[in-house]
Design a protein around this ligand. Sequence first.
Ligand SMILES: C[S@@+](CC[C@H](N)C(=O)[O-])C[C@H]1O[C@@H](n2cnc3c(N)ncnc32)[C@H](O)[C@@H]1O
Ligand code: SF4
Length: 501
Amino acid sequence: MPAPQALGPPALGWAEPTAADTARFPPAEIFAAGLHQHHLANTAYPIAHAETWRPYRVPRAAVEATTRRAFAPVDALCLYVHVPFCATRCAFCAYTVVEREEAAGADLYAQQVVQELTLYAAALDTARRRLHGLDLGGGTPTVLEPAAIGQILSAVHRHFRWAPGADISIETTPRIAARAPDRLVALRALGIDRISMGIQVVQPALLRTLRREAGGIGEQRRAVEHIRRAGFKRLNVDLMYGFAGQSLLSWQATVAHAIALGPEAITLYRMRYKQTRLASQAGRVTLEQIHQQTTLAQQVLGAAGYAAPPGKTTYCRVAGETGTSAYLTQRVVAGMPYLGLGLGAQSLSPSTLAYNAGAASKRLAPYQRALAAGRLPIQDLYHLPARQLMAKMCAVSFYFGAIDRAAFAAKFGQPLERVFAEEVAFVVDRGLMQLTPRALALTPAGVAQLNGVIALFYAPAVQAHLLRLAADGGHGARQGAAGSRPRSLAFAKDGGAETRA
Ligand SMILES: C[S@@+](CC[C@H](N)C(=O)[O-])C[C@H]1O[C@@H](n2cnc3c(N)ncnc32)[C@H](O)[C@@H]1O
Ligand code: SF4
């Protein structure tokens, strides 16, 4: 294979790539490995940090200085606050949610997040940076009392300046929205602009199997009524597909029900099995099932006035709007840096990616101990080469089905189509993506083979891992499951909405 192209001057302090990250693999092999490992090759980048990113791990003693240096050039950023509490843990969920015995810590949690923000404010001089969006995610942030959320928001207002167009978004469950209407009113009064609620599926039997609250359609309607009465004009509803045994008919009913609730946006999450209690079921879900479900959803949503370009996971019925929070939009389209506060939260600078304590263990104690000692609660910090950061940006971009060319060039100093010349030729020649003046965008054929396409933009060390998994033959979703999970292998949350990654 030809030598990799130089990636421009390390103006942003990128790390030197290891030999593993200067390898080149034939696009056709990577594409096939991504399709084979379709339960793993998705927007949640990277795969198996503990192994694939080990050479880039920053020693503990250098974490704070490296973080300060890494954020120094940042003027514009987003903020994410993770709230790791839920009434119960759903069987399909691998997000950072604490176990019941630690949930008693919820009372103090907002204070701890404020303490973390104060540490960042001192270390990074946040007052001179502009905040483009704030997401309160989880877990279930509406588990917290509005007064506690108010404490967090006051600290954010104190320490940052807001950019025009910024917004604040929060996640809830139907049960909380249905049973605590006053809480919604208080949250709206705090200036929260957008609310996102997980419906997942409507069938009571499937919800029971998923150990998900099943208050029924009536509860969900009440929840929406309360959300509207509280004054929220931007409501998103999350749905999930790709469950073993989830029929096309039942999926159609779920999508129709979500439309009837009248949200401005509907986000479709394909079930990610890695590190969940359902990991052993991944092998029962074929790409054919996924393809049928996404195609059907697109048709039904389109007929109801919800639009999305090919591959975008959030459908929106408001012309000119993305349907996502400003936080997610900026992360996906611009590759904007973000600070993640709270248990297991992820932060991205122009040259580093960090995971807070608790990302893998899902325990509060180490996070609290770090704060008590006056330290940033970062457990794993990776100082990355440009190629890994490019892969991160590209993988996350697939939430919107397209990689923004101007944003990529601005971030890395080189055109996307030059850095990924072979890969771009591969996807364009096969009709999987098209180059428009604005973006490299998925076509419907690319959507159907998304996992192969995404893998093409992964960095070589991660591609090599994927090739090894494909050669081993399994579907890979059990990789990293409890018991065999490497310490720092976290389920990446891109949003959210994975979007989260
Ligand atoms: C943090 S959760 C949502 C907030 C809230 N706790 C709820 O469940 O309604 C965000 C969304 O992630 C999605 N999700 C959870 N686990 C997932 C998984 N294993 N794979 C894909 N999506 C998942 C669900 O659709 C969920 O609504
Ligand atoms: S899906 Fe939502 S409610 Fe269920 S465990 Fe995950 S974060 Fe909690």
